[in-house]
Design a protein around this ligand. Structure first.
Ligand code: NAD
Length: 435
């Protein structure tokens, strides 16, 4: 446990500080969740012990020339957790607080996210400890190319496939793919995902995590025997995840009554016109400028009396301080890690189901898998095909998790981890531990 304050950040870099003292580091949480799931399963303890550790962590020095001619030296990491089911897969983040342990913990989560979706990938995470807002575009390009060169020997389309994460995006992936391809002497689109479509990126990749959140929310609504047409929904964050989830649920007849961005939220008990509210990428921080009967703070939004609450901005927003005040009947995690361990326990005690991030927002890595398939086959899919196949994969994953949930007396989070860990552990057992 750490007692110091903990920071979490949205994709574009806004940092929020949480004062909760019981918040664990990503690595501690990942290890605890692994042990929790393992306790429900008959798994060789040697395999569980192995999975508490990464296979390898690469630490590299990344010197770059700043625009003023000086040289600055940054540290980069690539933590490769497990590859028993296929190449390592996971994002690269540019953020001042990137550490070795954070990469290991987040890499572990990627192993479970890929396994719960039954994708033929393992888990990894990496990044550079740098504030990308303090770099010019030219400096970011130089940083990316140099970092790419430093990790070139440990990534590749059959080895480890990075993707965008906080502080990185399609352009970062384009530079990384170019740096890798130039050294290999051939164009290798499959070395990264989340690229611009013109160089092998997939249609539908940007909206995929929000789409999967909407699909999983719809399934949860049905599971708890609510009618989507009378369901009220509050969504925190109106970026890629929040806005895409809101609009799809709205299209399916749900009443999206509240949405927010970093400045606060708007609330209309009759339902908002989600398509008319600009998303973060259409017009940053414009939610509060949209006409609505009431405004709410981000803290108030989390406590609204709604059927479904979707935190889709930051980590650690549902915590000890507010978990007792949450009035929603169902929580669907759009952001990564929005619920602290202590809040999770409170929701369990209060009988509020929390559908976990590793299932709900896994549409992103699933369409990354589709992108990788398209790159290997040199054949682009239509948007319709991406949507259809994503819908199919999400429903398959939901069904398997729902079966575990129904058959065991566990939370939805435990059920998802049990599915993921069973698959990874079984693969380890049949392959055997290298002596
Ligand atoms: P984004 O940058 O597109 O949008 C973030 C939104 O959150 C913006 O509307 C921003 O104004 C808002 N926000 C920022 N700080 C806030 C605060 N303090 N309170 C309330 N709102 C705040 O980000 P995104 O891609 O939608 O990601 C959101 C979350 O989903 C993150 O936790 C991210 O890790 C996770 N996620 C993203 C993807 C992806 O591929 N985009 C995939 C899986 C999970």
């Amino acid at each position: 446990m750490v007692s110091q304050s903990n920071y979490s950040q949205s994709e574009e870099g806004a940092v929020a500080k949480s004062t909760e003292t019981e918040i664990e580091s990503a690595l501690e949480t990942a290890r605890r969740q692994l042990q929790h799931a393992a306790d429900h399963l008959d798994i060789d303890s040697n395999v569980v012990d192995r999975l508490k550790h990464p296979k390898k962590v690469h630490e590299v020095t990344v010197p770059i020339e700043r625009d003023d001619g000086t040289v600055e030296v940054f540290t980069g990491y690539r933590a490769q957790h497990d590859s028993v089911r296929g190449p390592y897969k996971g994002g690269l983040r540019y953020h001042p607080e990137v550490t070795r342990d954070e990469c290991v913990g987040l890499g572990m989560w990627m192993t479970w996210k890929c396994a719960v979706m039954d994708l033929p990938f393992g888990g990894a995470k990496g990044g550079v400890a740098v504030n990308p807002k303090k770099l010019s575009d030219d400096e970011t390009e130089r940083l990316t190319r140099r970092f790419g060169e430093e990790i070139r020997s440990v990534i590749g389309p059959t080895v480890d496939i990075p993707a965008p994460d906080m502080g990185t995006g399609p352009q970062t992936m384009a530079w990384l793919m170019d740096a890798y391809s130039m050294q290999e002497g051939e164009t290798v689109p499959g070395v990264v995902t989340g690229k611009p479509p013109v160089i092998g990126g997939s249609k539908g990749r940007n909206e995929a995590p929000g789409r999967s959140v909407a699909i999983i929310a719809r399934e949860a609504i049905e599971y708890y025997e609510k009618d989507i047409k009378t369901t009220t929904i509050a969504i925190q964050g109106y970026g890629s995840v929040g806005s895409n989830a809101a609009r799809l649920l709205d299209d399916w007849g749900a009443n999206v009554v509240a949405v927010s961005d970093v400045n606060g939220g708007i609330y209309d008990t009759n339902g908002l016109d989600t398509h008319a509210i600009p998303s973060h990428h259409e017009e940053p921080e414009a939610v509060m400028r949209h006409d609505a009967p009431e405004t709410v703070t981000n803290a108030e939004l989390l406590e609204l009396d709604v059927d479904v609450l979707i935190p889709a901005a930051l980590g650690n927003v549902l915590k000890v301080e507010n978990a007792e005040e949450v009035m929603a009947d169902i929580i669907v995690e759009g952001a990564n890690g929005p619920t602290t361990s202590a809040a999770d326990q409170i929701f369990t005690d209060r009988g509020i189901p929390v559908i976990p991030d590793i299932l709900a927002n896994a549409g992103g890595v699933t369409v990354s898998y589709f992108e990788w398939l398209q790159d290997i086959n040199r054949r682009a899919w239509s948007l319709e095909r991406v949507h259809n196949e994503l819908d199919e994969e999400m429903l398959k994953a939901w069904d398997v998790v729902e079966t575990e949930f129904a058959n065991r007396d566990v939370t939805w989070r435990d059920a998802a981890y049990i599915v993921a860990l069973s698959r990874v552990a079984e693969a380890h057992e049949v392959r055997g531990l290298w002596p």
